[in-house]
Design a protein around this ligand. Sequence first.
Ligand SMILES: [Zn+2]
Length: 424
Amino acid sequence: MVLIKKAESFERWYRIIELADFAMDVDGWTVLLPNGLETWHLAMDRLNDLLLTVGYQNWSFPVTAAKAELLPAAEIILKAIRKRLKKKADLPLLIDNYINLQLRKKAGLPLLADMESAANESWGVFATQKEAEDGVKVLLTAYRELLSGICRLDYLELLRPWMGNGYIIGLDGQLPDGRVINIGTISYLDQHAARRARIKVDGAYPYIIRANISARLLGLLAAVHGDVRGLILPPVIAPLQVVIIPIFTGLTKTRVLEKSGEILGRLAAAGYRAHLDDRPIRAEQKVHEWELKGVPIRIEIGLAELTARQVTFVRRDFLERISISEARLENELIELADSISFQLRKRAMEALLVQDAASLKEARAKAAAGFVRMPLCMRLACGRRLAAAGLSARGTLFGKAEFPPSSCAVCGMRAKAWLYAART
Ligand SMILES: [Zn+2]
């Protein structure tokens, strides 16, 4: 049992991502493990569906190593194997290498501090500014569906100016220790990118937009939804949505396993990613392992359930036990998965904190817990003073006019905007 509370020591709690087969650190590089990688694939498949629907097409570009140091990949793989292999029972360990690009070693936690990592990016090239800015909105909608709808997270869309008319919208989430991390960006590059790359269509420079989502999303997902027992994965992207744990004695073994197999068949037929854990180990140990890995729904079947023609559901978020009639299995599962999804998003929204600050001192104190919002004159000098005070300016709220009170929290001059900041 992990039993370290996130609120007590987030960094110590975060070690569960390795125990949960999600990701691990090897000498400053992040290795995605099966549970994390599959969650990533499921999330990216959903994003891909969303993007294809609005007209994007899949391309694949080469990864060039012109400027990067060449990675001693085999050495890292061997070190990872050394770190993973604890006992003979861990063999065979069969690895199909999923390449994720990391240009620099990181200082910090795996997935959360990565500069470059597994990522997905989209580019849009348009004839007019209007179409390009509409394109930004389309991508924002797709990312909202991915981050809020599918991953059940909460985040802010923060606008930062770029060259000329250009701008960048940062998608910033908040970790349980109050730190803010960027998980994606959507940039409106105006005609600058085309001009620099000498891209011309019928004598005119097109308008380019670019969006990307980082695997830091996985780190945020683990950190925000997880609890003292491990991860809690949103049902839609959980690699395993339902795990069945048969509970039997020598006498009831055959009947319980038979019933468990039948229930597994019904789950598979209904389209669930389900698994029957019939390993010859204690049920408590199985429960512990699947809770750690974040499987959202557990079904327990024992003699009592057999007799009553029931199954017992245990939901991973509340760890609540619910007995339901076997006949209602499929219907109840749909409701339960919806309810867990709803709860995860609700908790994520409650955890994201934005506090107002009227002075630099107040901003610094409040940034320990999450985002701070302060009225700012938006002059460069005040931006520098923010940075010197250990605060990073994340931007102004995108798509929503917010009117600040009269004076800048740093210099006292007329405030132009509510600026969102976080500790660096
Ligand atoms: Zn100022």
